[in-house]
Design a protein around this ligand. Structure first.
Ligand code: ATP
Length: 317
C-alpha cells in the first residue's frame, strides 16, 4: 500500500470579514514530494499554508496534515512541521547558536556549516544581514528533521551563491524523503525544485502538474530570432522555405529581425537551414518558454474568463 499523503486539503475555504480569500482549495502533498504554490499576489497562497500549519482556522473544508487536523491540534502539529519564521519571531539579542539550541536542544553545527553560518554562531540575531537571517530561519526549520517543511519565499533576498546552497539543501530533503510545501514567486526556483506546482488565482486552484506539464500546456512557442545579414546568407525564398521545416509554425519579420515561432524541434531544423545558407547570423538567439510564461498565460486566461468582455476590448493580445 502506498504511504498516506502528508498533506490532504479538500474544499478549503477562508473568509476575512465578508471576503472569501480561499475558495474551495484542494491540495495534496505526498511523502517525499516537493510541491510549489505559485500564482498571483493575493491569490490566497499564504492563507492556505497558514491553515495547513494551524495558524488560521478555516471556515470550511477538510484538512489532514501528518495525520492531524490542524484546527484541532495546532500546537502539536507545529512541533512536527518545520517552517520559516517571520523576522519578528526572534529576540534581537538572541545569538545564532542559542537560537538553534532553543529550537532543537542541540548545536546544529552541521546545518550552520551547510548554510554558511558557522562563523556567526556567537553573533546576535539583530547583527545578521537579511540573507543571514533568512538562512538562520532555514536552519531552524530543518534542525528537528521534520517530515514536512513549509517554506514561504525560500530564497528571497539571498545572493546567488546562497540561493544555490539553499536549493541543494532542499534537494537533499527530497533524497531524505522529507516533504516540502513551498510558496514562491521565484518561478525559476519552482521549476528547478518542485515535483509539482499548484497555480492559484483569486482564492482558487487553477491547475496543478509538474513544471514541464504546465509549460507544455500553457507556454507560448519557442522563438528563434536573428538579423539577416547583407550579402550571402538566407535569401527571401530561403526565408519563406523555413515555414516548411518540421516544428516551425510562423515566420515573420520585425524591423530587420526575423522571428520564427514553433516547438522545440524547430531549433534544430532552423539552425541547420541557417548554417547551410551561409554565415550564421551572430545575433542568433533562441528563447524556450519557462514556467513563468506558462503561469502568465494561465493567469491571463483565467482573468479574461472572469471579466466581462467589454472591459477587455483593446487589452487582449
Ligand atoms: P502574495 O503573493 O501577495 O503574498 P498570497 O497569495 O500569499 O499573496 P494571501 O496573503 O493569502 O495571498 O492573501 C489573500 C488575500 O487575503 C489578500 O487579498 C489579502 O489582502 C487578504 N488577507 C490576508 N490576510 C488577511 C487578514 N489577516 N485580514 C484580512 N485580509 C487578509
Amino acid at each position: 500500500m502506498s504511504e498516506p499523503n502528508v498533506v490532504t486539503v479538500r474544499g478549503l475555504r477562508k473568509r476575512y470579514g465578508d471576503r472569501t480569500v480561499v475558495d474551495g482549495v484542494d491540495l495534496d502533498v505526498a511523502a517525499g514530494e516537493i510541491v510549489g504554490l505559485i500564482g498571483a499576489n493575493g491569490a490566497g497562497k499564504t492563507t492556505t499554508v497558514e491553515c495547513i500549519q494551524g495558524l488560521r482556522r478555516p471556515d470550511a473544508g477538510l484538512l489532514r496534515v501528518l495525520g492531524l487536523d490542524p484546527a484541532a491540534e495546532p500546537e502539536r502539529l507545529r512541533t512536527m512541521i518545520g517552517s520559516q519564521l517571520q523576522s519578528s519571531a526572534l529576540p534581537d539579542r538572541l545569538r545564532v547558536g542559542e537560537a538553534v539550541r532553543l529550537f532543537s536542544g542541540r548545536d546544529g553545527a552541521d546545518l550552520l556549516e551547510q548554510f554558511g553560518l558557522a562563523a556567526r554562531r556567537r553573533h546576535a540575531f539583530a547583527s545578521l544581514s537579511g540573507g543571514e537571517r533568512q538562512r538562520l530561519f532555514l536552519v531552524l526549520a530543518l534542525v528537528n528533521r521534520p517530515r514536512l517543511v513549509i517554506l514561504d519565499e525560500l530564497t528571497q533576498g539571498l545572493d546567488p551563491a546562497a540561493r544555490r546552497s539553499v536549493w541543494a539543501a532542499v534537494d537533499q530533503l527530497r533524497t531524505d524523503g522529507t516533504s516540502v510545501l513551498l510558496v514562491t514567486h521565484e518561478l525559476d526556483e519552482a521549476e528547478r525544485l518542485c515535483d509539482r506546482v499548484v497555480a492559484m488565482r483569486a482564492g482558487r486552484v487553477l491547475e496543478s502538474g509538474s513544471p514541464a506539464e504546465l509549460v507544455d500546456r500553457h507556454a507560448r512557442a519557442t522563438t528563434i530570432t536573428f538579423t539577416r545579414l547583407p550579402g550571402p546568407g538566407l535569401t527571401d525564398t530561403g526565408l519563406t522555405a523555413l515555414l516548411e521545416l518540421p516544428g516551425v509554425t510562423e515566420v515573420g519579420q520585425l524591423g530587420g529581425r526575423v522571428l520564427i515561432s514553433g516547438d522545440r524541434t524547430a531549433i534544430a531544423h532552423v539552425g541547420a537551414a541557417l548554417a547551410q545558407a551561409g554565415p550564421v547570423p551572430p545575433d542568433l538567439s533562441v528563447r524556450i518558454p519557462s514556467l513563468e510564461d506558462a503561469l502568465l498565460d494561465l493567469l491571463e486566461r483565467d482573468a479574461r474568463a472572469d471579466t466581462p468582455h467589454r472591459e477587455l476590448t483593446g487589452v487582449l493580445r
